[in-house]
Write a protein that binds this ligand. Sequence first.
Ligand SMILES: Nc1nc2c(ncn2[C@@H]2O[C@H](COP(=O)(O)OP(=O)(O)O)[C@@H](O)[C@H]2O)c(=O)[nH]1
Ligand SMILES: [Mg+2]
Length: 320
Amino acid sequence: MPANLPPQYFEAEEEFQKARTPQEKIAAIRKMLAVMPKHKGTEKLHAYLRRRLAQLSREARKKPKVARSSPIDRIKREGAGQATLAGPPNTGKSSLLAALTRARPQVAPYPFSTFLPTPGMMPYEDVQVQLVDLPPLHPDVTEPWVYHLIRTSELVLVVVSLSDDDPEDQVLEALGLLEEARVRLTGEGAKPGILVANMWDAVGAPEKAEALEDALGDDLPLVCVSAETGYGLEELKREIFERLGVVRVYTKEPGHKPDMEKPYVLPKGSTILDLAAAIHKDLARNFRYARIWRKDQYNGLRAPRDLEVEDGDILEVHGG
Ligand SMILES: Nc1nc2c(ncn2[C@@H]2O[C@H](COP(=O)(O)OP(=O)(O)O)[C@@H](O)[C@H]2O)c(=O)[nH]1
Ligand SMILES: [Mg+2]
């Protein structure tokens, strides 16, 4: 039996085709059902449209998928490792990021001027280290994502100010807040950290730095700097690289000079086989042997695959 559908039905069908949202589709189907004559010939179509309508209503009731973006999504890991800048308000964390990288975070003479994590790349010799500036640590206002970024970074720079009356108190408060957030920077098995005493140019800074060294020097390496004058920044860069726990390994092809431009950066404790895997996974599988050049020690010696590589090693890896 022919359905004999009226022209309004086909109009509604066209609206359905063009509809983008479940709501628009539902409206079009309701219209199709409303204008459709009801008789034996339209029974099946009617049932089909009712089913479709129920399905679309279910879809429409589901919560719309809003893209919830977290500040963490702003940080894409890059370089030889990641160090976070943590500490009380107004100690010069953002100023340090600006002094060590090309990033231009907001620097302000008042506290709580940093709201979002800001990454920057710090050049050190032939590698780059990612520094991440953060809002300050404070018992009431610090959001959980700040601690999350600290926890997942390789190194924490605890920045305090030598212009503060009591920098030691600043350190203890920061370490306490970090510990509450399950980030322990002192003691056995601690996460790598550096105590950065900024504002070396402030009046009375050397005396306060000495007191800090006496109180905490055994627990955390202390580096005194001034983001303003640049004092101590080279030492800080070196300390950052050293505390990241990585080594740079250079490679060479047989009969060629080594590539001293682009080192492979590997975690300390990596072996020659780990290096082979970093070069190419097939090379680790087909590993035959390697030759190693190490300052004052090896000069092209054949080395076993489980030899630990050291910073500055040059390796020639042979696969089969
Ligand atoms: N004298 C001096 N002032 C600094 C130094 N580093 C930062 N400041 C100032 O301290 C204030 C806070 O700096 P900022 O980087 O915003 O601190 P943050 O809140 O820890 O990010 C600003 O007015 C900076 O200009 C420094 O080494 N010496
Ligand atoms: Mg800041």
